[in-house]
Write a new protein. Sequence first.
Length: 363
Amino acid sequence: MANAPVPRAGILDIQPYIGGEQTVPGVARVIRLASNESALGPSPKVIAAYKAAAAEMHRYPDGAATEFRAALGRHHGLDPARIVAGAGSDDLINVLIRAYSGPGDEVLYSAHGFLMYPIGARSAGAAPVAAPETNYTFDVDAVLNRVKPRTKLVFIANPNNPTGTYLPRGEMKRLQAGLPPHVLLVIDAAYSEFVQRNDYDPGTELVDQCENVVMARTFSKIYAMGGMRLGWTYSTAAVADVINRVRQPFNVNAPAQAAGIAALEDMAAFDRARTHNDIWRPCLERELKALGLELTPSVANFVLARFPPERPARAAFESLKSRGILTRRVAAYGLPEHLRITVGLEDENRAVVDAVKAFLDGR
Ligand SMILES: *Cc1c(COP(=O)(O)O)cnc(C)c1O
């Protein structure tokens, strides 16, 4: 074994990303509230587009995702030439990290930020640096104070996963304005479609105003297509060119491109998903607060609940799981006292509240 191949420095420091659990042994109908998947599932029109693409699976996909990017451009009023498609936004996040950082560089993010950022940094040989948060929210000054000449990227998920908190437009502008021009600011707006705040922008404004900003988006959340692996970035033409050099040439499969176009056309399904969340997230928040749990102010399709030391999150997770309800432990995000719970269907939301109540009551 002494001469066995050894990976580059940093690779074995990676804690592999562990997705939400999907099954419970012995439980037939599991309530899955662990991965921020859409409660309502994909649009039937999206499923039809996916199936229709199957007959052509012997053909390579369009490596430039031309029609998909054109559809995104029309839908969002953006220049398709500055859009790049990816196999989920994780794909593009990793491409950005590899393209803009390497050994000796630092990648900045916030203490309870999305785990893919430190994982991506380490896999590129760069050092992830976490800045502290204030009230479970990205702290612009704390991040700016940690910028050094060797800082190459700053990541912010806005809104953030797993805290659900967001930064308003003014704070985002202040963040960008405080960064040296050589630092690339990546705004991961995976949950942007759920946000209903007048002072929120997903990142398009900053991308249009600045040279060093990228916005990443996904079809995994409100469009209910996590299994498809479809995401995109919007950036300057120069950054899009860099991504296009580094990404795999056929990173997005053909059925995913077809499904994405269909999803953009089905605004009724989009509105249903948004309305569902507008009704049920506040309801879930109200009920869990009434049980005495502390919640962060989420603007996304999940809530983050803090459990008391005498009824800890670890035990709550196991108790819910034994009742067939899967939630997400977030100790790896520096939040050992919390559980993240995705907004589900009405009966699922009622079931999780009942189960939390039973757990807190010691039943
Ligand atoms: C879910 C999520 C994503 C989306 O990942 P995909 O690779 O597009 O499925 C990106 N960022 C954050 C913060 C997320 O929670």
